[in-house]
Design a protein around this ligand. Structure first.
Ligand code: ATP
Ligand code: MG
Length: 158
């Protein structure tokens, strides 16, 4: 159905902000005006849950997680950035594969099965979007995805 993604995203971030146990600050770069996209809300909740869980899991004490949404031509681009350990260049193409986990030793203590991002990719693909990662080791990671977006005509006149 058609969903105001901005309101929907705020609600999800709120939930993480209320339940987080770590000392991590949240920063929201979300537009004030509504952005409507045609999505399965439950599925996109899963996508965001998987991405945000990783950002928190890999965030250092006192780190910041930044959430952003922007319009890029015919796409809405959603990003979640953290200041964690990052992902080595040689692994970045593989993190969306099922059961892939960077550095077994390092991640064993973190728990998880290596399915979170594979599931996120499946869902984003099914919505006609793309998902990708940018990362610098020791500095942090940004996971972004795009969804087809057409600005409503009313918005153009308001
Ligand atoms: P699961 O999500 O199934 O609990 P997981 O978190 O290990 O397990 P994915 O979410 O698919 O699996 O992530 C795959 C791998 O990519 C992770 O094991 C981790 O090595 C790496 N990764 C994902 N997100 C981040 C991040 N924000 N910072 C650093 N590494 C990351
Ligand atoms: Mg995960």
């Amino acid at each position: 159905e058609w969903v105001n993604f901005i309101k929907f995203f705020h609600r999800i971030i709120d939930r993480f902000e209320m339940t987080k146990e770590q000392n991590v600050t949240f920063k929201r770069n979300l537009p004030d005006q509504a952005m409507f996209v045609e999505i399965d809300e439950d599925k996109l909740t899963q996508v965001l849950y998987n991405i945000i869980s990783n950002a928190l899991k890999y965030s250092p004490e006192g780190g910041q997680v930044t959430f952003s949404v922007e319009e890029r031509g015919k796409w809405m681009v959603v990003s979640v950035s953290d200041q964690g350990m990052g992902i080595p260049k040689k692994s970045i193409g593989k993190i969306f594969d099922r059961f892939y986990r960077v550095d077994k030793a390092r991640t064993r203590k973190m728990g998880g099965t290596g399915l979170g991002l594979a599931i996120a990719k499946e869902i984003v693909d099914a919505h006609g979007g793309n998902i990708w990662a940018e990362s610098e080791e020791g500095k942090g990671t940004t996971i972004s995805f795009s969804l087809p977006y057409e600005r409503a005509e009313e918005d153009e006149w308001s």
